[in-house]
Design a protein around this ligand. Structure first.
Ligand SMILES: Cc1ncc(COP(=O)(O)O)c(C=O)c1O
Length: 398
């Protein structure tokens, strides 16, 4: 299987982890030798209820028996998509009422950028350095990491970059700006939280000049930061909210949400302003609906803050320089990329899944399922501390 994987399935890096998955359940993934791996990554923040959650599986199976794809997005009334968008609206401020469901996060970003241009009649987009918003051409244009996009230029024109958390830079947002796009908590950059009042100031500046604020909550959203949406922590409501990843409960999804007035612009002039065949797919929407219900009807969101506290108490070691992030969107930094690499690879051998962040090579990602238990957190942290002890001993004995 491994040689076929490398030969036939297109790869994104020369050294994929290449674990051969047999099945997954709760906080564990099992390989084909039936070895269990405790999952501190949750499919890169995409499995908030862990693996094969019974309520999600039941919702998917029920929908499988009713119908799969029947029509392109938006033409027919399909209950799972309607109920999902209604439930999102119930948990969002009034101004974020109407949701467009897409196939992925990056497509939702494309939709949000298009909507901002259509609504303002302006073309300039302001993004932040070290931002990650996805990998299609528009989303890549607002990625703040030149090395990863140089080969794909030319990208979108009229995109400018500011530094996240730099208030002086907000003057670059002007009456020419269609939209400002930010991650509520910068992910790839190293789980950087906004400074107190920063997002409020961005919000005020956007309102002042008539630019639309897009918040990308594809990673912090859906309960990971102690609130259902990250922006609720920072007193800042965007004009367009983008979600994805965890919303699908392990199925591929993206969504952008705005007021009815804004969203209706995509129906007209030109009509079919954003179209997709599979967006709002009934099986995926059923999975997302079951996931969102479970997250909002349980204590999982509030518990993320207790679990964060436990992680911060346990993750104390001379090779852990800093723990960043909020709730169960955490990352810690080791002194070097080499130590981070060694830790991630050795931990996997010992049955613990850790992972990297995109643009911060010293960071170790800790984004487990929200359903992870305290005992599982303790079990995983013990592995991390043991491996760090080993690394420390081997570097001091050199
Ligand atoms: C903040 C953020 N935006 C956008 C995306 C792109 O989402 P997708 O991979 O579903 O296209 C990601 C994915 O990692 C992300 O973390």
């Amino acid at each position: 299987m491994k040689s076929d994987f490398k030969k036939y399935q297109a790869q994104t890096s020369p050294h994929p982890l290449a674990m051969e998955v047999s099945h997954a359940n709760g906080s564990y993934i099992y390989d084909t030798n039936n070895k269990a791996y405790l999952d501190f990554v949750a499919g890169v923040s995409a499995c908030p209820l862990g693996h094969n959650h019974p309520k999600v599986i039941e919702a998917i199976k029920k929908q499988l028996d009713r119908y799969l794809h029947v029509m392109v997005y938006g033409e027919y009334i399909q209950k799972p998509a309607v109920e999902l968008t209604k439930l999102l609206a119930k948990h969002l401020p009034k101004s974020l009422e109407k949701t467009y469901l897409t196939n992925s996060g990056t497509e939702a970003i494309e939709g949000a950028l298009k909507l901002a241009k259509r609504a303002t009649g302006r073309s300039e987009i302001i993004a932040t350095n070290k931002a990650y918003h996805g990998n299609t051409m528009g989303a890549m244009s607002v990625m703040g990491f030149e090395v990863r996009k140089q080969a794909f230029r030319p990208l979108l024109p009229d995109v400018k970059f500011i530094n996240f958390n730099n208030e002086a830079d907000l003057n670059k947002i002007t009456t020419k700006t269609a939209s400002v796009i930010l991650e509520t908590i910068q992910g790839g950059a190293g789980f950087i939280e906004p400074n107190p009042n920063y997002l409020e100031k961005v919000r005020a500046r956007c309102t002042q000049v008539g630019a639309l604020l897009i918040l990308d909550e594809i990673q912090p959203g859906i309960g990971r930061t102690g609130k259902l949406f990250g922006f609720e922590n920072y007193n800042c409501v965007p004009d367009i909210l983008v979600t994805g990843k965890g919303l699908g409960g392990g199925m591929p999804i993206g969504a952008f949400t705005a007021s009815g007035k804004l969203m209706d612009l995509l129906q007209d002039n030109p009509k079919l302003g954003h179209i997709t065949t599979f967006g709002g797919h009934p099986v995926i929407a059923a999975s997302a609906l079951a996931t969102l219900k479970e997250i909002t009807e349980s204590n999982l969101i509030a518990d993320t803050l207790k679990k964060e506290k436990l992680f911060r108490e346990l993750l104390v070691h001379p090779l852990i320089k800093e723990v960043r992030g909020k709730g169960l969107m955490l990352a810690f930094l080791t002194p070097s990329a080499e130590i981070t690499n060694a830790l991630i690879l050795k931990s996997e051998k010992l049955g613990l899944i850790l992972f990297w962040l995109l643009f911060e090579p010293k960071a170790v990602r800790i984004t487990p399922p929200l359903t992870i238990s305290n005992d599982e957190i303790k079990e995983g942290c013990q592995i991390i501390l043991g491996v760090l002890d080993e690394i420390q001993q081997s570097t001091t004995s050199k």
